[in-house]
Design a protein around this ligand. Structure first.
Ligand code: GLV
Ligand code: MN
Ligand code: MN
Length: 419
């Protein structure tokens, strides 16, 4: 191949704007949760944009959506580029969308330049990366990596009682003319562009993060059960108050885990008291725990500490504790050769880069089980993400797409196919 096609930053900017309108919130963010009508609309638009450029559009049984630009030898497994189009309930415009639309920009720029590639380059929009509507997160990429959807997931229900099975069927049916492909078709390698979702790159004014790995994540569902009783008449000695247990356990965990180890993360993002009456001691308190650490043994230790603190607090309040691990991703290190490739590609594109690990999980974590994978980060304002205020400066959007294009061309010129 000769000549490096540029990317069209203005087109990519417009595309980001257009997709941000699908599920736009009043405060400038996006609510396009997985497998909702908004998600289906975004998928339909992506399919339409791909078809208009002559890319082959396909979906698999997990509703992962693929656009394929043919290569000279189309029998070779493709280089896959992508990310996700679903968002948090109060999400931003760039988390996921940048990686999908950046990949589209690469495919279109190759097409504009009339540049044949030795093999196909495919774009993928993974289903349900966020995991906030249906567990687990990174559902589409996990199913792809495993070659099948876990049947246990299909019964998952969202807050309104809709099952994953129904939402998935509706989403697939919304693109009736898009053919199905089997889950987990062979790929040669995977590249994902994403916003950093943390403050490091912006603070250092470095446009490209070369992601060397992703820290581990574990989600627990915790339920504390006591006894409902009158708020006004029940003295302390008679109370079996699960809120007292939750408060004690959480104040101890939130006050110690991260203070002891600055790499540790512990978050309670959802909490519910039942029956939820102002003047009744709740019978049950349920909450989620999101635990993260780059080192698996440390993540295990945080989970043990959490379980011990919760059990002790439950005992003290004469309540029962039930804890279930509902999501578990071990940390991953990307192949060093892939990180080297991204770093060299950024250099070639004249972009300063620094190596870093990802604090957020990503679909690439699961793809790394199937093929050499790498990620490119770009800075986002104040590191804010999972928030409607999420923002990426146009110069960094452009830098990300240029780095992705350069990495794509570099990989195609000298494929790294072995894990
Ligand atoms: C991904 O959305 C994460 O929570 O890390
Ligand atoms: Mn994301
Ligand atoms: Mn996210």
């Amino acid at each position: 191949m000769s000549g490096t096609p540029g990317i069209d930053a203005a087109r990519l900017g417009r595309r980001l704007e257009t997709f941000a309108r699908i599920g736009a919130t009043a405060r400038g963010g996006v609510d396009r949760q997985a497998l909702t009508d908004g998600d289906a609309e975004a998928r339909a638009l992506l399919a339409q944009l791909g078809a208009a450029r002559g890319f082959r559009v396909e979906q698999d049984g997990a509703a992962n959506l693929f656009l394929r630009r043919r290569g000279r030898d189309d029998a070779l497994p493709p280089l896959l580029l992508g990310s996700h189009l679903d968002t948090q309930p109060t999400g931003g415009r760039f988390d996921g969308a940048l990686g999908v639309l950046g990949a589209l920009e690469v495919l279109e720029s190759l097409e504009d330049a009339g540049l044949p590639t030795p093999r196909a380059v495919e774009l993928v929009a993974w289903t349900n990366e966020e995991g906030s509507r249906f567990l687990p997160g990174a559902m589409g990429s996990q199913a792809f990596a495993a070659g099948a959807l876990d049947p246990a997931w299909l019964a998952a229900r969202d807050g309104a009682g809709t099952s994953l099975a129904d939402a998935l069927a509706r989403t697939l049916q919304a693109l009736p003319h898009v053919p199905r492909r089997p889950l987990g078709t062979p790929i040669a390698a995977y590249l994902e562009l994403h916003i950093e979702q943390g403050p490091v790159l912006e603070r250092e004014d470095v446009p490209v993060g070369v992601v060397t790995g992703i820290q581990g994540t574990r989600w627990l569902d915790v339920t504390l059960t006591g006894a409902a009783a009158h708020a006004g008449t029940t003295p302390l000695a008679y109370r079996r108050d699960p809120m007292a247990a939750a408060a004690a356990a959480l104040s101890s965990l939130l006050g110690t885990v991260m203070a002891r180890d600055e790499a540790a993360r512990l978050t309670v993002g959802r909490i519910r008291a039942e029956p939820g009456s102002v003047n009744a001691i709740p019978e049950r308190v349920a909450f989620t725990l999101d635990l993260r650490h780059p080192v698996l043994a440390e993540l295990d230790a945080i989970e043990r500490a959490a379980r011990t603190a919760i059990e002790a607090a439950a005992r003290d309040a004469r309540c029962q504790a039930e804890m279930r691990t509902v999501f578990d991703m071990a940390p991953v290190a990307f192949p060093p050769a892939m990180a080297d490739l991204v770093e060299a590609a950024a250099g070639e594109a004249g972009l300063a880069a620094r190596r870093m690990i990802s604090g957020a999980f990503h679909d690439a974590l699961f793809l790394a089980r199937r093929a050499p994978a790498a990620m490119i980060f770009v800075p986002c304002r104040e590191g804010i993400s999972h928030n409607e205020a999420e923002f990426v400066e146009p110069r960094f959007v452009e830098a990300g797409a240029r780095a992705l294009m350069a990495a794509t061309l570099r990989w195609l010129a000298a494929p790294i196919e072995r894990l």
